[in-house]
Write a new protein. Structure first.
Length: 294
């Protein structure tokens, strides 16, 4: 009908193609990792006076607790993580943005879509519009990112402690170990494939985001990307200077350096400027000078 035709044309132009910087997305992930490491370091310092090595056996639980806190106070309350916020990004439910033609739309849905289309014609769109993550997506994100990593880390440490890979008398444990190695290999291969797709399309940094259709988009379209290379340039200069010193210092002769710096020193030797007859204690000339012969 005419109504569906008009609606299809409007919906076809309702989504604008956008391109999100891949560097910003990688930097956001790196900042989140560094922030988690800083929180872990501060938490470990709290238990520094206790028995050494006590937290080593509970390291997976500690990492999972910190990741859960970050998820609870960021993604669960519809806020970006600290790294994502610093890069001016946010999560968007890509399923609600993509248009799928199913051919089974009711009249109520058509009228609502036409109403939204009229609002669209009177507003300026940037392509960054879209709802945030749903409750189900947030829960699955926590289960996969926090629970999945914790279970895998604990399973790896337990299998390594029990030596499942070396136990020939227990075939079940060795089979489980082999299955874990295959799963890890498949996960790495899938992650590598996802990385190639991310570099090509700029969507979904990891497998969790791709499975949940949680895409990173800009929070504010008018915010310029502030890039400062001052710290990196300073770090590069100091690194090169320190490497040059480490290369040249072993080649220098200490006696030559001392003889070169001796004229510039404040406490010059008195042997070359003063007479040998001067008293070495009070620096006064003798009253009755005489020379003792051997």
């Amino acid at each position: 009908t005419l109504l569906s035709t008009v609606l299809g044309q409007l919906l076809q132009h309702s989504t604008l193609p956008i391109s999100i910087s891949r560097v910003n997305q990688f930097d956001a992930a790196r900042l989140d990792i560094e922030m988690s490491a800083m929180l872990k370091e501060q938490l470990v310092k709290v238990f520094s006076l206790m028995k050494p090595g006590m937290l080593f056996q509970y390291e997976p639980e500690l990492d999972a607790f910190l990741e859960f806190l970050i998820w609870r106070f960021s993604i669960w309350v519809d806020k970006p993580t600290p790294g994502i916020a610093l890069m001016n990004l946010r999560y968007r439910d890509e399923r609600a943005v993509e248009i799928r033609e199913n051919g089974k739309k009711s009249l109520v849905a058509l009228s609502m879509a036409l109403h939204c289309a009229t609002l669209y014609l009177s507003a300026v769109r940037t392509g960054l519009e879209g709802p945030g993550l749903t409750v189900a997506q947030k829960m699955w994100y926590c289960i996969a990112a926090v629970g999945g990593q914790y279970i895998w880390a604990r399973l790896q440490s337990f299998s390594a402690f029990r030596r499942w890979g070396d136990s020939e008398q227990r075939p079940l444990a060795r089979r489980v170990w082999g299955l874990m190695q295959r799963i890890e290999g498949l996960y790495k291969a899938a992650s590598f494939g996802n990385l190639l797709l991310f570099l090509y399309t700029g969507r979904y940094r990891n497998l969790i985001e791709r499975a949940l259709r949680a895409r990173l988009v800009y929070e504010s379209p008018n915010m310029n990307r502030a890039v400062s290379f001052e710290y990196m340039n300073r770090q590069l200069v100091w690194n090169e200077f320190s490497e040059m010193l480490l290369l040249l210092l072993p080649l220098l002769n200490s006696s030559m350096v001392k003889s070169f710096l001796h004229p510039f020193s404040k406490n010059k030797s008195s042997s070359s400027t003063e007479d040998d007859s001067t008293c070495p204690i009070c620096r006064a000339s003798p009253t009755l000078p005489y020379l003792a012969l051997p």
